[in-house]
Design a protein around this ligand. Structure first.
Ligand code: CA
Length: 647
């Protein structure tokens, strides 16, 4: 084997030691151990691969006093380029270059201390198991099932609680405590999800939230490389991914680049002065850190696009903390930036992901976000990422989509963003009484905004999500209106996402908008549940009918090329009716919304340009056939979904 020159870097011993002063931090003050450790406390990413486009790899090493060590690496094809000390001497950041001739295998990182002591950590470069081009991200052919994992199904009661975690126990009577749901609960019910017609799953974050409160939701991550043991182990996550792929379904990982949980391990020993934003304020008050002394984000998300935004507003938006329990990560620190990018790639490669959903997209440094998304897409050309921009303004949503013609030249590298705007338009369209500028015209004019999107079909639309009132509540628990809305979302030129339990009319009507209630336990997910939506036991007639309705719509959508990629033609609403067609060579799909309670007849001659005259169509919901002639009659309010595909 060809021997590659080994680089040895030598560092000055102690430049400064500001971290440990005045703080009770045993790690910072401890002397190097006399006995070698085979494995260090923490080396991240825990492994890497050969064969990436980007040869660079930066390891974060966290180990008492490791900043005082010199590091040596000897492995063919791997070059030690640099090693960086941090403010805390318990860190070392090591730059490696993995050349194209490097082979998969293990090698030692050897850390030498002045005392003569050595510590060794064996690091592994793995072979890539799947071609880069085969990481296919979700797209407009997908219907994505969003799950709050703590609330879906508890298949493993033995992992409900751990004494060594900060929030102990489960309490299903409490909306904000843990309920015990887990990854195995999702795996065990993949048949149900698959049969409903979903093609992808987006679970809210499954990484550990070792937080004293509210750990169930997943957005206060305390270790970016560890699955929360209350959800399962890494193997369970990989099993979920494998089983999904076996069904031709995709696993979308919910990631958070903006913030971490206050109990994140690095918060006790921050590597640099600027690892998190407003760090000085935090460090000065950390023993009494609370809501009052937190510098919050101003949540003025428009500062990202605003040509006139002041610096103080921009900074207030990106550098403030989301909440006091979630430190705001500083992605302008280049080590943090690399850490986050590599973390995302590590998960894509490890779990063979079918996409990432990135939380709170406008909150991190936007240039970093472009670099983050670009770095991922550079390795996985067919991958997909959706960013959460909670805005009802299509201009702001469009700004974040790759290819947008932005005045400031910004390109996000992001294929998908979330369509809060259209979500609201559909709800208004159905709830409002019809008039010139109210009711169904909201859908008509909402879709007219699509000219601003580089790619409308890559934008993700949804009736609701884990942060919003459930669609059935938004529609005042009107059964027919809920059907109308769901069929509309499924037919729009968009990528589709729906929340678990929509199919059984789950609602938060008792306390509209209450997060804990929105994330109600899925009935049947817990042993002893009186109602079981998986089997149908105890469901009401309406719930069963809605399950069948969604099954029909989503399974149809799964194979409808017209919905995935067809052109869209729609007609201005008239007399409380709205017609939208999706057309591709071999198939035309027609959605008709009718808000009239009394029988009404629609003259089909107005729709001649969609070319259906004399053709046979199938009603997707009833299965009945329909011949497109002069008119169509509706007996009452409702939705009709027709296709020319008679198979
Ligand atoms: Ca459990």
């Amino acid at each position: 084997m060809k021997r590659i020159k080994t680089l040895i870097l030598v560092f000055a011993l102690v430049l400064f030691n500001s971290c440990s002063e005045g703080k009770k931090d045993t790690m910072s003050n401890s002397e190097p151990q006399a006995v070698s450790n085979k494995f260090l406390n923490r080396v991240e990413p825990p492994n890497w691969w050969v064969g990436f486009n980007n040869p660079e790899l930066q390891l974060l090493v966290h180990e008492p006093g490791i900043g005082k060590a010199e590091v040596e690496v000897s492995y063919p094809g791997v070059e030690l380029k640099d090693a960086h000390k941090a403010r805390s001497l318990n860190y070392l950041f090591i730059d490696l270059e993995i050349n194209s001739n490097a082979r998969a295998g293990k090698f030692d990182l050897v850390f030498k201390f002045e005392s003569g002591e050595e510590k060794v950590h064996t690091y592994e470069l793995k072979e890539r198991e799947q071609a880069a081009a085969d990481f296919i991200g979700f797209n407009s052919s997908d219907a994505i099932f969003l799950i709050t994992p703590d609330r879906f199904a508890n298949s493993d009661p033995s992992n409900d609680s751990f004494e060594d975690l900060k929030q102990v126990g489960i309490d299903r009577t409490h909306d904000y405590k843990r309920h015990g749901g887990d990854i195995k609960g999702v795996i065990d019910h993949l048949d149900y999800i698959d049969e409903l017609g979903y093609t992808a799953i987006w679970p809210c974050p499954l990484l550990i939230n070792d937080m004293p409160q509210g750990s169930y939701h997943g957005y206060a991550i305390t270790d970016l490389y560890r699955i929360d043991p209350r959800f399962g182990q890494l193997n369970d996550y990989l099993e979920l991914s494998e089983q999904l792929r076996g069904r031709g379904m995709k696993l979308i990982m919910d990631q958070v680049a903006n913030h971490c949980g206050l109990e994140h391990w690095w918060m006790k020993d921050l590597p640099f002065d600027d690892w998190v934003n407003n760090q000085k304020r935090y460090e000065e008050n950390k023993d009494n850190w609370n809501w009052e002394n937190t510098k919050f984000s101003n949540h003025r998300r428009t500062t990202n696009q605003d040509l006139y935004a002041s610096e103080i507003d921009k900074q207030g938006m990106t550098d403030g903390w989301f909440v006091d329990a979630m430190p705001d990560l500083n992605q302008r620190n280049p080590f943090m930036a690399k850490y986050l990018i590599q973390n995302s790639i590590w998960w894509i490669e490890t779990a063979k992901l079918g996409g990432i959903r990135q939380d709170t997209y406008p909150y991190p440094d936007k240039d970093f976000m472009s670099e983050w998304a670009g770095s991922i897409m550079n390795e996985y050309p067919n991958f997909n990422i959706v960013g959460e921009e909670w805005s009802y303004n299509p201009l702001l949503i469009a700004y974040w989509q790759k290819g947008a013609n932005n005045k400031d030249g910004y390109d996000s590298n992001l294929r998908s963003t979330m369509d809060f705007a259209m979500q609201r338009k559909v709800v208004e369209a159905i709830n409002e009484e019809e008039s010139w500028d109210k009711g169904l015209v909201k859908i008509y004019e909402g879709l007219a905004n699509d000219f601003i999107y580089p790619s409308p079909r890559d934008i993700m639309v949804f009736p609701d999500n884990h942060d919003m009132s459930r669609i059935h509540t938004q529609l005042n628990e009107d059964f027919v209106n809920t059907k109308m809305a769901l069929a509309t979302f499924a037919t729009l030129p968009r990528t589709l996402q729906m929340y678990y339990g929509t199919e059984i009319l789950m609602n938060d009507t008792a306390k509209p908008g209450d997060h804990g209630l929105i994330r109600t336990d899925f009935p049947g997910g817990w042993e002893g549940d009186l109602v079981n939506a998986f089997t149908g036991k105890g469901l009401t007639k309406d719930q069963k009918e809605m399950q069948q309705f969604m099954k029909a719509v989503l399974n149809f959508r799964k194979s409808s090329e017209a919905i995935h990629n067809g052109q869209t033609i729609h007609f201005a609403p008239e007399n409380g009716t709205y017609v939208l067609a999706r057309i591709i060579d071999a198939e035309t799909v027609v959605l008709i919304l009718n808000k009239n309670e009394q029988p009404v007849t629609l003259d089909l001659n107005r729709f001649a340009e969609i070319g259906l005259k004399g053709k046979s169509l199938k009603n997707i919901i009833s299965g009945e056939s329909f011949s497109w002639g002069e008119e169509i009659r509706f007996e009452g309010r409702g939705v009709t979904l027709l296709t020319t595909n008679l198979d």
